[in-house]
Design a protein around this ligand. Structure first.
Ligand SMILES: Nc1ncnc2c1ncn2[C@@H]1O[C@H](COP(=O)(O)OP(=O)(O)OP(=O)(O)O)[C@@H](O)[C@H]1O
Length: 277
């Protein structure tokens, strides 16, 4: 399997003045394989957004290297190849939609890539169908709900045929139903279209199904592993000011003295089985 993203000993400093600044990322190394679904969690200021901007060539590492789809992000001549391979969805849906019609919005990316108009029309229809927004093609983006706007933002990226999508807290401004729409959409893209997903979030329950979770703290990777390996370390997550899923916490509170039960519960079904034991 091809490596989609690779961080090699990456550091990033936001310079204030000459020789003075904030170390936002420090010696971070990890890699993501094609088709993986990775959850990135961490409290405010732990470096998650900086990490995502380093992937998309919005920021460039102060030290180390970032590779995306086999391209070093320091190769500035390939920046549009990188942005086409790895699309970004941001937190605020209102800041990323620019066109007056949904159809134009989704066409915007491929137009900038110089794609043939006939092919653009095909891609717009396909992308809207994939995010289940085909019926909204001729609507105005400002008439849509937050969840629908984020799905249009995702469709705009899909129309550029990306290999990977990085979502930086895409659900932070949405209500529960909007959150579910967006999460269901990205899970489907990962499963059905084999698109690599990097999902940055504060909500643990959104990454319970991920292939792997990376926990950031003070610019470094504090924990990394499968959801079960990471989310079951309740005490450590609390030390890192993170909330564990309620069901995991409940099971953890019910653990017995021998620690033979109450560990590693991530879903309601597992909780029911535990209580029947
Ligand atoms: N433009 C900037 N200039 C200076 N320092 C910055 C800038 N952006 C972020 N920082 C600092 O870098 C560190 C990491 O910030 P970053 O935004 O990457 O964290 P985050 O985990 O995404 O936070 P949040 O969850 O609040 O979005 C923080 O200490 C932050 O104050």
């Amino acid at each position: 399997m091809e490596k989609m993203i690779e961080f090699k000993n990456v550091g990033y400093i936001y310079e204030k003045h000459e020789g003075e600044g904030t170390m936002a990322i420090e010696d971070v190394s990890f890699s993501v394989k094609e088709g993986e679904f990775i959850g990135i969690i961490g409290h405010n200021g732990s470096g998650k957004s900086t990490l995502s901007k380093l992937i998309n060539g919005i920021l460039f590492p102060t030290s180390g290297e970032v590779w995306v789809a086999g391209i070093n992000t320091n190769d500035h001549s390939r920046i549009w190849d990188i942005r086409q391979s790895a699309g970004m969805v941001f937190q605020n849906p209102d800041n990323q939609l620019v066109a007056t019609m949904v159809e134009e919005e989704v066409a915007f990316g491929p137009e900038n890539l110089g794609v043939d108009p006939k092919e653009i029309r095909k891609r717009v229809d396909e992308a809207l169908k994939t995010v289940e927004m085909g019926a909204y093609k001729n609507k105005k983006p400002h008439q849509l709900s937050g969840g629908q706007k984020q799905r249009i933002a995702i469709a705009g990226i899909l129309a550029m045929k990306p290999k990977c999508i990085i979502l930086d807290e895409p659900t932070a401004m949405l209500d529960p139903s909007g959150r579910k729409e967006v999460i269901d959409t990205i899970k489907r893209l990962n499963k059905d279209e084999n698109i690599t997903i990097l999902h940055i979030t504060h909500y643990m329950d959104e990454v319970v199904d991920a292939d792997r979770i990376i926990v950031m703290d003070e610019g470094k990777i504090a924990m990394e592993g499968t959801p079960r390996e990471v989310l079951c370390q309740v005490e450590k997550l609390k030390e890192l000011s993170l909330d564990v899923p309620q069901i995991t916490e409940l099971a953890y509170s019910l653990r017995d003295e021998n620690m033979s039960m109450g560990w590693g519960v991530l879903t309601v079904e597992e909780m029911v089985n535990l209580l029947w034991q």
